[in-house]
Design a protein around this ligand. Structure first.
Ligand SMILES: Cc1cc2nc3c(=O)[nH]c(=O)nc-3n(C[C@H](O)[C@H](O)[C@H](O)COP(=O)(O)OP(=O)(O)OC[C@H]3O[C@@H](n4cnc5c(N)ncnc54)[C@H](O)[C@@H]3O)c2cc1C
Length: 350
């Protein structure tokens, strides 16, 4: 019954093609060859390991041409430094060891990046477009008196970048004439680099100021066995239609469990307290591009679509056949989620 109710929705490509291409920006200084380019990649850590978004950013950094130096900072960063030195595409690793670098405070990281840039004349500074990178890089750009180039999804040349604007409704081509480009990279737009086969040199990063105007107090992280939303290959997301947290926990987590999927939510679900705001997908939440995105009781507002439209396969369950989510869905089920989700979960279990 479920199977026959699925219908192919063909307008996903049309929707993507309707994205507007804006006119290019201004000109800029060029680069004679790859030797003129050298990039500093800011490594994001998950404790003692490399955050996956770093490997996607490295792919973008290598696309610029020239050498890529990784910068690892933390209280005990040696393990991450050793890990990143093995990743294909890294020429050298700079390590800054200090307890003030443990928690990604922009106030202490920014002088470290600027000092490293001044010493080695990096032409490009690259970081993931994550909370970590978004926090640090604008401060770096301000200290270097250059424009920040945010959330790039492609690189045309070392000074021409492609990035979404207006919540992904238009694609902008930006040409930067700044001598140093400060860039954040949308991880879902670049594949991760290979984690083996390299042996880059590791050296101590230049000593930089460590301003003390900001102090790290504490953090409250939810930990679990579930895949991380930003890098999961399958995501089940719930919307306002779930009605309350109990339904969200039972139905969305139940379905995610059998699929081995991460859980996401619309902003309405977050604002109504059905799920944590770390799970919000969209313009003001996380950007995801899994193999499978299952949207349950989500209307498909443009701000939500901005966060998931690059998913490889989108499946939507909604009672309203006219809901905008069906315009980008590969498969749509027009039915009541309170019947469909338990049935789907049971069938998948078998
Ligand atoms: C500046 C700004 C930023 C924003 N950022 C985000 C963001 O990052 N992420 C985000 O998600 N939103 C964001 N929003 C909010 C966004 O505009 C929408 O309000 C929100 O996405 C709606 O969430 P929803 O689809 O869960 O709820 P609704 O729009 O209320 O949709 C609920 C859907 O459930 C369907 N439904 C109802 N009952 C059932 C049932 N029993 N079975 C199946 N289907 C059912 C309905 O037909 C409807 O389509 C932002 C808004 C603004 C202004």
């Amino acid at each position: 019954m479920l199977r026959s109710a699925f219908r192919r929705v063909v307008s996903k490509t049309a929707f993507k093609n309707s994205l507007t291409t804006l006119r290019p920006g201004f000109f800029v200084r060029g680069y004679a060859s790859a030797q003129d380019i050298s990039t500093l990649l800011l490594v994001e850590r998950n404790g003692n390991s490399i955050a996956p978004s770093t490997l996607n950013s490295l792919t973008a950094a290598t696309k610029l041409g020239g050498e890529v130096t990784a910068l690892v900072a933390g209280e005990e960063p040696d393990n991450v430094a050793s890990e990143i030195s093995k990743v294909t595409g890294i020429s050298k690793v700079l390590v800054a060891k200090h307890k003030l670098y443990e928690h990604g405070l922009a106030e202490v990281y920014a002088p470290l990046l600027v000092t490293s840039q001044k010493k080695f004349n990096f032409t490009h500074l690259v970081a993931p477009h994550s909370a970590f990178g978004k926090n640090i890089m604008p401060r770096v750009a301000a200290l270097l008196d250059v424009a920040q180039i945010s959330d790039i999804i492609d690189i045309e040349s070392p000074d021409v970048f492609i990035r979404p604007i207006y919540a992904g409704n238009a694609i902008s081509k930006v040409k930067s004439k700044d001598p140093t480009k400060v860039i954040t990279v949308r991880g879902t737009a670049f594949p991760p680099s290979n984690v083996a086969g390299n042996n880059a040199a590791i050296e101590v990063a230049p000593d930089a100021d460590k301003p003390s105007m900001t102090e790290w107090i504490s953090e409250d992280l939810q930990k679990g066995d579930r895949p991380e939303l930003g890098s999961a290959t399958r995501v089940v997301s719930g919307g306002r239609a779930l009605k309350n947290r109990e339904n969200f926990d039972k139905l969305i987590y139940g379905l995610a469990d059998v699929l081995g999927a991460a859980v996401g939510g619309s902003r309405a679900a977050v604002d109504s307290g059905y799920c944590d705001n770390a799970l919000q997908v969209g313009q003001t939440g996380k950007i995801v591009a899994p193999e499978l995105y299952l949207a349950v009781g989500i209307s498909g507002a443009i701000q939500h679509i901005a966060g998931m439209k690059d998913s490889k396969m989108i499946v939507a369950i909604n009672t309203d056949a006219e809901a905008p989510i069906f315009q980008i869905a590969d498969y749509g089920l027009v039915t009541d989620l309170f019947q469909a989700v338990p049935e789907l979960t049971e069938k998948l279990k078998k």
